[in-house]
Design a protein around this ligand. Structure first.
Ligand code: MGD
Ligand code: MGD
Ligand code: SF4
Ligand code: MO
Length: 913
């Protein structure tokens, strides 16, 4: 838990510029207008009103992007075995070591592991180097953990990995089914758009299929709390129901599909009627019945799905069970109707387009002789791999057992995000040669690297990303490269050249890479041949200027006419309404699927099911969102959601710490008792890492089970047990400067506004807290004066230290987790306030309670405007408010991104009840 500080270089440019770019985070792919001051190295962001993904909206994470650009946490220089090195030395070492391993052990002994957070240009170059020139298929990506079930489902049904619909369909549909998708938190701008569509169209119904009652249920007309892993039975039941009710589009089935008979037979065997489905999915029959009836009666149906579908040992089958229902009703690629995979990362789609998964070769081609031949000729290489490489989980197993001896990880943090992550950690610890490219100085993965390569981050990197609706947008550089950081495509290109592939890697700019990628997509894929759905060959001749000003555009882009007037180019919004699939017969395929329970069943030792997922204001492993004080307020600690009955049965109380154990690992989290989850299931967020917590990295607990078709891990279902973690003391420290708190059982770090917050608990008492703090604060603050309150019988200890009147740190401990509120104490560190505390504030620190008359805002609910629960409660009471709109008018809460509206509603109902 170290934080390094660097001088911020002041550049001489003084102009202020507005630049359009794309958000760094989720697959909604929102457009951003950034106002950049080069001299200050500051950026102010707002939504781009013209971008078709968001029309000016941004969510809490997008609007806080500027707060994540501080250089203090960045990796700014290459490092070799812990020492700063020149780029030339670092790249020479990477090239020679990979070459040496290949010479000694063959191409299967090396691997790249990439990420949907790379730009398309980065991805293209990495994939080309590994699969085209090093001759190994071992280039996989974190999209394996994210989208690969959708890719497999699409390929099985459509013959290609193609998303048939677009966001505009939200405004045209009458039924939105959200399956395994907490859109309210994970695709917030899409969620707001759906909410708006619902307000404009009173016929629009929303069904949420999720074992948890998430905030997405806020706009749901029906919540279907399926048992984790049972969606195939639900959608098989739907297909059987539609068939029995004569609600199929027979013409579409006959003209454009194959395999219906087998699929309906399998569906009926699996889920003949509502009663069978209700039992398999642990649902009330009337809930199933309503969902089925609405689906039957509504022609314009969109099914949006995400990780509750993909991250499953039957993930591919879930996808096909959904697509089957859409094919059978002809509801695909039509205005307001279609199956719609919501992609996770900003550029998971771009990665799929270039072929960045180990099970793809390149550009929507695989490993058939014909495909390989095309790739060989295009890349002019005789070393193109002829077989798939290892998918993520197997790939790290191969690192563990020594088959892979050199690995290069780019823009992902597998020591946290892969299942059985403790094994991944060990694998990297014993691996001969580990290279990691990242933009921050410390991650759980980077800390294990032999060579660390500083990558350009969002705001510096330049290229393209593709969002969920096939829309390619530019991410533009706003600021000069930080320190010695370089774009990923550049780094890989240099290594390729050092390995002797100068001719094949001539790129000087991302536009050079993009042009090649565009040309490749159309190579032996003319509009008449139409062999591959991904085709942007219309952009093959894009000039540097056109690339620079390229507006957000959906693929396919086949004709070069596009470049004549790209701003008026007619996007292909939808595909497949009239068939034209990418199978040999041009017909879509029904896939006969059958419900299979998740692979590891709970038993007496491991009686509960662990489900994992995301929080509204954090992004994955927190390397960027964790830097924003505003975003850290919503959920400052790792927690576990559990029902009241399960909590009681396991001796747990609200707010207590719990130990969660599986056969693979263990973690600590704070108990949140809730009836929003089903009995027998618990939920933890995926975000905490060793950088932010001592024992809350969840990846170690998750079982390494994968789907047999997509190889995507089953991250939503691990049998576990839970018990109280009994600590002798609980406490927290708020400190102006970072601290090292090794040896304490439970530590969680959050960055606040002007302070670092450490939540603590321990089994053994800490002797001499003051000594510890003084030692650590001395380098920053020099001599300290102390103010302390101690009650040994009650095990209460409160101390605050000052340097020349300025508060440096506050430590409060007690016998249990009932400790004073952190918000008020945190506000004393606010850089915007007087540094000298008032006498009553100093006194109040001894009680931990704010002085009388201090406005207490409570826990932050609205991260966009920093509005706390108590402010909202008071506004409701004072103004007798009854709607979130009223609350918004009164105190702005909920009026920007709207993701906190469900919470505001809950506060309204609590206050008014
Ligand atoms: N705030 C935020 N937004 C993000 C991200 C982030 O880290 N933070 N990450 C982005 C990325 S990469 C991704 S992939 C997306 C993910 O977006 P989502 O898939 O929406 O997010 P998750 O929280 O992983 O999972 C969604 C839901 O699936 C439910 N679920 C679990 N098991 C099942 C099941 O068997 N069936 C059904 N029907 N549901 C189930 C969970 O209870 C959970 O509520 O979010 C993107 N957006
Ligand atoms: N149990 C469980 N596990 C899961 C999931 C789950 O729901 N449950 N979800 C899975 C899913 S869907 C996903 S997508 C993964 C995400 O998991 P990861 O990919 O491991 O998480 P991130 O924190 O996004 O890691 C991205 C890293 O890249 C760095 N980075 C950002 N931009 C750049 C860049 O331009 N270049 C370089 N070189 N580095 C960059 C960041 O600093 C960060 O360290 O987690 C998966 N794991
Ligand atoms: S919804 Fe939020 S995180 Fe996703 S792209 Fe838009 S602003 Fe970024
Ligand atoms: Mo993802």
């Amino acid at each position: 838990m170290t934080v390094e500080t660097f001088e911020i270089p002041v550049k001489e440019v003084t102009d202020v510029q507005t630049i359009k770019t794309t958000c760094a985070y989720c697959g909604v792919g929102c457009g951003i207008q950034a106002t950049v001051s080069h001299s200050q190295r500051t950026v102010a962001v707002k939504g781009d009103p013209e971008h078709p993904a968001n029309f000016g909206r941004l969510c809490s994470k997008g609007s806080a992007l500027a707060e994540t650009l501080d250089l203090s946490s960045r990796l700014l220089e290459p490092q070799i075995y812990g020492r700063t090195a020149s780029w030339d030395d670092a790249l020479t070492l990477v090239a020679s070591k990979f070459q040496q391993v290949i010479e000694e052990h063959g191409p299967e002994a090396v691997a790249f592991y990439g990420s949907g957070q790379l730009l398309t240009e980065d991805y293209y170059v990495a994939n080309k180097l590994m699969k085209g020139f090093l001759g190994s298929g071992n280039m996989d990506t974190n999209s394996r953990l994210c989208m690969s079930s959708s890719v497999s489902g699409h390929k099985r049904a459509f013959g290609s990995d193609t998303v048939p619909n677009c966001y505009e369909d939200y405004e045209h549909t009458d039924l939105i089914v959200l399956v395994g998708s907490n859109t309210a938190w994970c695709h917030p701008v899409s969620f707001q758009r759906i909410r708006q569509a619902k307000e404009n169209n009173p016929n629009l119904k929303v069904v949420v299929i999720d074992p948890r009652k998430t905030d997405s249920c806020d706009i749901a007309d029906l919540h279907v709390p399926v048992k984790v892993g049972s969606d195939v039975a639900l959608f098989n039941g739907l297909l059987a129901y539609l068939y029995q009710e004569n609600a199929l589009d027979q013409d579409y089935i006959n003209q454009h599909t194959e395999g219906f008979d087998q699929a309906i037979q399998a569906a009926q065997l699996d889920a003949f009627n509502v009663a069978t489905v209700a039992e398999k999915c642990r649902l009330a029959p009337h809930v199933v019945e309503i969902f089925y009836r609405w689906f039957k009666e509504t022609n314009k149906t969109l099914t949006l799905y995400s990780q509750g579908v993909n991250q499953s040992s039957s993930g591919s089958d879930k996808v096909n069970a959904i697509i089957n229902c859409h094919l059978a009703t002809g509801r695909i690629g039509k205005e307001g109707a279609g199956p719609f995979s919501l992609t996770g990362q900003p550029n998971a789609m771009g990665g799929r387009e270039v072929g960045g998964l180990a099970t793809q070769l390149a550009e929507h081609m695989e490993f058939s002789e014909q495909d390989r031949d095309i790739v060989q000729r295009f890349w002019q290489s005789d070393n193109v791999t002829d077989k798939p490489g290892l998918p993520a989980v197997d790939l790290f197993d191969a690192v563990a057992n020594g088959k892979i001896k050199a690995i290069w990880i780019m823009a992902t943090n597998p020591v946290v995000s892969l299942p059985n992550a403790d094994k991944v950690k060990q694998a990297l610890q014993q691996c001969e040669f580990v290279v990691v490219s990242d933009c921050v100085a410390h991650t759980d993965t980077l800390d294990l690297a032999h060579v660390k390569l500083p990558a350009a981050g969002w705001s510096e990197k330049d290229g393209t990303v593709t969002n969920s609706e096939r829309r390619i947008s530019r991410q533009r550089a706003l600021l000069p490269l930080a320190g010695n950081a370089k774009p990923d495509w550049w780094i890989i290109t240099q290594v390729a050249r050092k390995m002797g592939f100068e001719n094949a890697f001539p790129y000087e700019t991302p536009a050079d890479v993009f042009r090649e990628h565009a040309r490749f997509s159309g190579f032996e894929n003319s509009p008449e041949q139409r062999l591959r759905s991904f085709n942007i060959s219309g952009l093959a001749e894009i000039t540097d200027e056109q690339y620079q000003s390229f507006p957000p555009t959906q693929w396919p882009i086949v004709s070069s006419d596009a470049l004549q007037d790209i701003n008026n180019f007619e996007n292909t919004k939808r595909l497949f309404a009239e068939g034209g699939f990418f199978t040999p017969t041009r017909k879509a395929k029904f896939v006969a699927v059958e419900h299979r329970a998740p692979q590891n069943a709970p038993d007496a030792d491991w009686p509960l099911i662990l489900n994992t997922g995301r929080l509204r204001d954090q992004w994955h492993t927190m390397t960027r969102t964790g830097l924003s004080a505003r975003l850290n307020q919503h959920k400052p600690e790792p927690f576990v959601e559990i029902t009241p009955a399960d909590a009681q049965a396991n001796g747990l109380e609200q707010g207590q710490l719990a130990l969660i154990e599986s056969q693979w690992g263990k973690m600590l989290a704070r108990v949140t008792v809730t009836d929003r989850i089903a009995q027998g299931e618990i939920f933890v967020p995926m975000h905490w890492t060793a950088q932010f917590s001592s024992h809350s990295r969840m990846g170690g607990v998750v079982n390494p089970v994968v789907d047999p078709v997509s190889f995507q891990p089953e991250s939503k279902h691990t049998p576990v047990r839970i018990s109280a973690f009994s600590a002798a003391w609980h406490g927290f420290i708020l400190s102006r400067h970072p601290l090292v708190l090794d040896g304490i059982d439970y530590v969680v770090l959050t960055k606040g506004n002007g302070y670092f917050r450490y939540e603590l608990a321990g089994k053994r008492d800490v002797k001499n807290w003051q000594g510890h703090l003084a030692y650590q604060l001395k380098p920053y603050s020099g001599e300290l004066d102390w103010q302390t309150f101690q009650d040994q019988t009650k095990k209460v200890f409160r101390t605050a230290c000052f340097h020349e009147g300025e508060l440096q740190a506050v430590l409060i401990t007690g016998p249990d987790s009932h400790l004073p509120e952190r918000e008020w104490i945190g506000s004393l560190f606010d850089p915007a306030r007087e540094t000298e505390l008032e006498a009553d504030e100093r006194m109040a620190l001894l009680t931990g309670k704010p002085p009388l008359g201090t406005p207490d805002v409570g826990k932050i609910v609205c991260a966009c405007f920093n509005v706390g629960a108590k402010t909202i409660e008071n506004a409701i009471k004072d103004g007798k408010l009854t709607t979130p709109q009223d609350v918004g008018k009164c105190c702005k809460a909920g009026t920007n991104c709207g993701s906190c509206v469900p919470e505001i509603k809950e506060i309204i109902s609590a206050v008014n009840s």
